[in-house]
Each structure stands twice: as C-alpha cells, then as structure tokens.
Design a protein around this ligand. Structure first.
Ligand SMILES: Cc1cc2nc3c(=O)[nH]c(=O)nc-3n(C[C@H](O)[C@H](O)[C@H](O)COP(=O)(O)OP(=O)(O)OC[C@H]3O[C@@H](n4cnc5c(N)ncnc54)[C@H](O)[C@@H]3O)c2cc1C
Length: 480
C-alpha cells in the first residue's frame, strides 16, 4: 500500500495517510459502523479525480466517494484497503443561469449553499434534507435525498437536469440535458440513488424555482397518533398538495420543544406541521379548506405562522428533532422506510408494540405526506445487548414496512445498513438485474464495493431468497 500511496500522491496533491487524521473519515452518520480507509484523496480538479480513478482502476484498488459524511446508512463508510475519495474541495457554484432557472455547481457544494447563492435573485433549490447545512449535492444525488418540500416539488432526481461523471476508468462523460427531456436511456434517473457505485459526480446542473408569493406554516396538535395519521390521509385525499406535511409524536415533540422552544404543545400526543405556498389567493383558499379538515380530524392548538421568523421557528423544531432526540438518550438509531399513507396510524401502533417488546424507547418524526417514516430507536451503545436489540428492532420495522406495501428506504439509501432487507424487498431476478447494471458501469467492481446491493449468496445465507412453489432459487448456493 505504501508504494501505491506514493503513486497516488504523484497524481493528487492532497492525500492523507496518517492514522490520527484518517480517524476523521472512519464513519458517516451511521456511527455504529466504522472502518479506517487505507488513505484519503482530496482532489481539487476534475483532472485530478480522473487521474485518481485511472490509477485505482489500473491497480484494482477500491474507491469510496465521500461528500460531507452525513449519510445514515453507511454508504460512505471507507473500505479498509481502499481510497476514500473526498469531494470536499469541489465547493464552488460555477454558473447561475437566471433565464433558464438552472445553476451549475460542483458536487461538494452544500444543499443549502445552492439556495444561499441564489437568494438575492428570489430563487431557491427545492429539495431540503434536514441535514441541508452540511450535506453536499453530490451526496444528495447518490442517495436521491428528500426533505420537507419533496411532497410537492419532488426528490433530488426531479430537480437535477444534468451531471458530469467520472467512470471507474477515469473517463469524463455527461448525462441529462439542460431541458426537460433528453434522448436515449434515462441514465440521469439511474444515477440518482446509485450510492457511489456507478461513477463519481463532478458537476451538477440543478433546477431553480422562484420563491412563492406567500408561505404559511400551520401547526396542529392531536390527542392521538391515530387522529393525526388519519388527518394526513384526509388532507391528501381531499386534493390539497401542501409544500410539506410532517408529523412528530409525543417523545419527539417534547425533545424538540426542550431544545429549540418552538412553542409546540407539549401535552399533545402528536403534531402536524403543514406548509402551504403559492399566490396570496391560492394560499388563502387552501388554508380555509385545511382548517375544515383539521377541525373534523379533532385538531387542537392550531397555530398559523405567516411571517418568516415564526415560520422558521416552527420548522426549526422539526429540523432539529434528530439532534434534540440525541439529547435524551446516549445513542439513537434512525430508521428510514416508507408505507402507504393510509397505514400510518396502524404501523405507528405496531412500532409502539415493538418498542415495548424490545424495551427500547422510540421517537417518531417523519415526512408524513410522503409516508416516509423515521423512527428513532433510543439505546446505549455501551451495552452490546442494547445495540443488538436496536438493530433487530430496526430490522423488524423495515420488514413491517415491506409487509404493508412500502419500501425499506425512503431517502437514506441502503449502504451497509439494509443489505439484508434488500433480500426481502427484491427477488433474485431483480437483484441480478441490479448486478448487471453495476457491471455495465463498473466492470471490475472497484466503486463502493459491498454496498447497497447484496450478493445472491448473502441473501441465501440470510435465508430470505424468494422460494416460489417450493422451487429453491440457486440451489448451488450454500445455506446456513
Ligand atoms: C441530522 C440528519 C438529518 C438528515 N435528514 C435527511 C433528510 O431529511 N432527508 C434525506 O434524504 N437525508 C437526510 N439525512 C441523510 C444525509 O444527510 C443524506 O443522505 C445526504 O444526501 C448525504 O450527503 P453527504 O454529502 O453527507 O454524503 P455522504 O454521506 O458523504 O455520502 C453518501 C453517499 O453518497 C456517495 N457520494 C457522495 N458524494 C459523491 C459523489 N460526488 N459522487 C458519487 N457518489 C458520491 C457516497 O459514496 C455515499 O454512498 C440526514 C442526515 C442527518 C445526519
């Protein structure tokens, strides 16, 4: 490795290889999984990224891309014999094209940094993960990240027009176009959510939106999680399309209120935060329909915030809910799964039952309008038994999501965390398709190996490979 690192330093000016500095990179937001990389490369130019990739390809060295390391499924966890490729130095907004409402940015620009750069033009970039002050647009693409405003404005994939990519061999290529559609297969969509396994993003063209004329944020408290869940379904089935529709349960409300003092009703069992945006007339009309639905759903403590400071405070409680929950337990394990919206109330009741069975607390804070759950399982990692229980509890929640017609990830990706659940969600033939796609982009498998798509062997060992009419798929694989 020493001689490889020397050669790497010859093509990339910034390489870190001393252990104390490598420690900084040993984990992402999934801190239960840790690994030191052999070294970290911090290229500054596209040519340097190309040279790093060409060298790694020639020598068969694994490469794991890293943005800000806020990912929650271990996607940026390093490979022990590989290069961690940090895109941190790619942090410039290259061009803002107001006429076409697009911007060209480097992958290490933070999500919020894009909106900040166009704020004075009354434009913004819509997808807004709660981690937006830190996470990068490159990481957002690799995870196809969502956020509060994705209910109305879509995920990252719906807000990106084009990408410049580096292949494992070190070649530069482009996908997408500045317009709405481009000929050929939709590689742009394929690369979204590909978790750093198909190529390295080195430039992104994002769509910008004009700021709406009016924004209102409505807070509503409920005496039961069931009432709040049913109200979410009613808001959407009545044809309202809020910019955001979020829900928190009692534990999350109390933790957030203690942390940011947003004025949340501490005695409520659940609360909804609903953002309406558009023209003055449109928002006024939506607001009166929403009031009716809330009243019928048994809402109380209804507050409407229109001025920016009050709106920001109401959202701050929700956006700071993860760190707020971090203050009430030594550790928490953040799950991410989706369910059909009508299932919200009953799935939350089952999560409460699981919480009792495992003896671990759980706080629920989530994108209710998308049916995207984020149960935060509270535990103490100093107790290995609690860590094991938390992981099993999390696995049960994901299985429950699949049973109810949902998925094992809404926005945080699979990484190393949900490999086993991929075996439950997908059939062997579907997983084989994923492997074929991976091989098309990365024939020698050096990009982020071992992440996101489980091998069929692993699924067989896990005992979750689909068996149809007693016909065992891949009988040649050992079962344990
Ligand atoms: C407190 C908190 C709140 C969060 N809230 C949300 C939320 O509301 N919505 C949401 O979707 N997520 C959320 N996340 C998860 C996380 O912030 C997102 O997944 C984010 O997109 C990760 O970006 P990053 O720059 O940190 O990427 P990293 O964690 O560094 O990497 C994530 C993945 O992207 C790959 N990658 C990174 N850069 C590149 C590149 N240039 N080219 C190719 N591959 C690349 C990595 O290999 C890895 O697989 C939250 C995380 C935290 C800690």
């Amino acid at each position: 490795m020493d001689s490889f690192i020397q050669r790497l330093s010859g093509v990339c000016a910034h390489v870190v290889a001393d252990k104390p500095r490598l420690k900084v990179y040993e984990t992402d937001g999934l801190t239960a999984k840790k690994m030191l990389p052999a070294c970290v490369a911090l290229p500054e130019t596209v040519a340097e990224v190309q040279a790093v990739m060409a060298l790694c390809y020639a020598e068969g060295v694994p490469v794991v891309a890293r943005g800000a390391g806020t990912g929650l499924s271990g996607g940026a966890m390093p490979h022990p014999d590989g290069v961690l490729l940090s895109l941190a130095k790619f942090n410039r907004v290259l061009e803002v094209d107001v006429d076409n409402r697009i911007a060209r940015v480097e992958p290490g620009v933070t999500n919020l940094g894009i909106s900040d750069a166009v704020r004075n033009l009354d434009l913004y970039y819509a997808p807004d993960p709660s981690s937006q002050i830190a996470c990068t647009i490159g990481g957002n693409i690799a995870e196809n990240s969502g956020g509060v405003h994705c209910l109305k404005y879509g995920l990252t994939v719906n807000n990106v027009r084009a990408l410049k990519m580096i292949s494992p061999e070190g070649e530069l290529y482009e996908v997408g176009a500045s317009g709405l559609d481009s000929p050929g297969f939709d590689l742009l969509a394929l690369l979204h959510g590909s978790e750093g396994m198909l190529g390295i993003v080195v430039e992104v063209t994002v769509l910008l939106l004009p700021k709406p004329e009016t924004i209102s944020v409505i807070l509503a408290g409920f005496d039961s999680v069931q009432q709040a869940g049913e109200t979410v379904a009613n808001i959407l089935s009545e044809g309202l399309l809020p910019a955001g529709l979020e829900m928190m349960d009692k534990l999350a409300i109390e933790a957030a209120e203690d942390f940011v003092h947003a004025g949340y009703p501490r005695d409520a069992e659940a609360l909804l935060l609903c953002e309406l945006d558009g023209s003055n007339e449109d928002v006024a009309a939506q607001l009166s329909r929403l009031h009716k639905i809330l009243e019928e759903g048994g809402a109380r403590d209804v507050q409407v915030a229109t001025d920016e400071t009050r709106r920001a405070l109401l959202w701050q409680g929700r956006k700071a809910a993860f760190p707020a929950v971090g203050r009430i337990a030594p550790d928490y394990y953040c799950m991410d799964g989706t369910i059909p919206k009508r299932e919200l109330a009953s799935v939350l009741a089952e999560i409460t039952a699981l919480s009792k069975r495992y003896g671990l607390g759980v706080a629920n804070v989530f994108h209710a309008g998308d049916g995207n759950l984020h149960p935060l399982i509270l535990f103490d990692s100093n107790d290995p038994k609690q860590l094991e229980s938390a992981e099993q509890f999390g696995a049960d929640i994901l299985t429950l999501c699949i049973e109810r017609g949902g998925t094992i990830t809404g926005e945080h990706g699979v990484g190393v965390e949900k490999l086993d659940q991929m075996c439950i969600q997908f059939s062997a033939i579907e997983l084989a398709r994923f492997h074929s796609i991976k091989a098309c982009f990365d024939s020698t498998g050096i990009l982020n190996p071992g992440k996101a798509v489980p091998t069929l062997n692993r699924c067989a060992e896990f005992g979750a490979m689909h068996v149809h009419r007693g016909q065992l798929k891949h009988p040649e694989l050992e079962r344990f």
